[in-house]
Design a protein around this ligand. Structure first.
Ligand code: SF4
Length: 369
């Protein structure tokens, strides 16, 4: 693209953005903390999904200092259901780092980029939007627009192409208004240059778009083949003792770190789900249990694998809890569970569990009457 074409692209895109941008709460503030929260939530999450979480999170943690002082469990509870929980844990830790060094979100790339969970995308987005600094963002929407606009052959999902997309985004960036320009490019990808059936006829960049001019929009972005997502089978036990159930807390790092769950684990090849449930509970928390009726079978998809959970009601037969893996445990009443942050897969069977335990309680009450 020539310098004149780039100047035209900036003018057109900025004008389109002024007229078409969605009114979103993080666009009504210059507070770097609030913009930061929005960008963390919007990574791997669509705007309509993130919106209620954003409002709730900022109601609960309206300032960086409030977030910095918060207990990780409370932060995870507020994030519960949004997934990718490392984002919440890192945000909590990063807020604590910022609070400890004065409380102002850094406006310098190196200092901000060094905070937990802050990668190139978050750094570019927050510094450009909150502080008007000339850093170009590259997310999935931007890659798609650039791939079509410039007819880029590099696969958009290949790590090796990251530098190429970044270089092109840097070249196009309007350094006079970097925050608006970045948001405009992302907004165009979300509203017009969509993955399927882009609305080229209404696109402000139509006359500049190589793929459109070549009649080859559907060929871009190119994608490298992706691996099939494996499915894991796991067995989980709801161990009941004196009207309470056992929950364990996952270690702080890694997948779903810091969240509470019912004990269990992977089913070995050839193993029956009920047998795996008893074995896993004994290995993980040191309890002997009687694996009872199957309660539910639920499926859930994570980013790199899918899980099929076989859930059983279990009766405590003996032993004291000795943890081997989990970071903590609690015996809780069922109504207390709503106060804990649980993975989505556990939420999927909670209604069955509540109904079944209520049913067992009322039977017990009737038989003892
Ligand atoms: Fe995307 Fe079509 Fe606009 Fe090109 S003309 S940028 S393909 S919406």
């Amino acid at each position: 693209m020539t310098a004149a074409e780039i100047a035209r692209l900036r003018r057109r895109l900025n004008a389109w953005y002024r007229a078409n941008r969605r009114a979103l709460p993080w666009r009504e503030t210059h507070d770097p903390y609030r913009i930061w929260v929005s960008e963390v939530m919007l990574q791997q999450t669509q705007v309509k999904t993130a919106l209620p979480y954003y409002r709730r999170f900022l109601h609960r943690f309206p300032t960086l200092r409030r977030l910095a002082a918060a207990d990780e469990g409370a932060v995870l509870k507020c994030w519960e259901g949004l997934g990718y929980y490392a984002r919440a844990r890192n945000l909590n830790r990063a807020a604590a780092c910022v609070a400890a060094s004065g409380g102002r979100v850094p406006d310098c790339w190196d200092a901000f980029r060094a905070l937990p969970g802050v990668g190139d995308y978050i750094a570019a987005a927050v510094l450009s939007i909150a502080y008007d600094q000339p850093h170009a963002v590259v997310d999935g929407n931007v890659k798609r627009v650039l791939a079509r606009l410039l007819a880029l052959d590099a696969p958009a999902n290949a790590p090796a192409a990251t530098r190429l997309f970044q270089t092109q985004a840097d070249r196009l960036l309007d350094r006079g208004r970097p925050g608006d320009f970045n948001q405009a490019l992302m907004e165009l990808g979300a509203l017009v240059c969509t993955p399927r059936a882009p609305a080229c006829g209404t696109c402000p960049l139509e006359a500049l778009c190589r793929a459109r001019q070549d009649g080859a929009v559907e060929r871009f972005p190119r994608r490298a083949p992706v691996r099939r997502i494996p499915e894991v089978e796991a067995a989980v036990g709801v161990v009941v003792r004196n009207g309470r159930v056992l929950v364990t807390r996952r270690p702080p790092g890694g997948l779903l770190g810091g969240l509470w769950e019912f004990p269990g684990g992977k089913i070995e090849p050839g193993e029956a789900p009920a047998a795996a449930c008893g074995r896993e509970i004994e290995e993980e928390v040191g309890l002997r249990v009687e694996v009872g009726e199957p309660l539910a079978e639920v499926r859930h998809a994570y980013s790199h694998f899918r899980v099929r959970l076989h859930v059983f009601l279990c009766r405590h037969r003996g032993g004291r809890v000795r943890l081997n893996g989990p970071a903590a445990f609690r015996w809780v009443r069922l109504e207390e569970i709503d106060g804990l942050a649980l993975p989505k897969a556990n939420h999927k069977f909670l209604p069955f569990l509540k109904r079944r335990l209520a049913d067992l309680d009322s039977r017990r009450a009737r038989s003892s009457a």
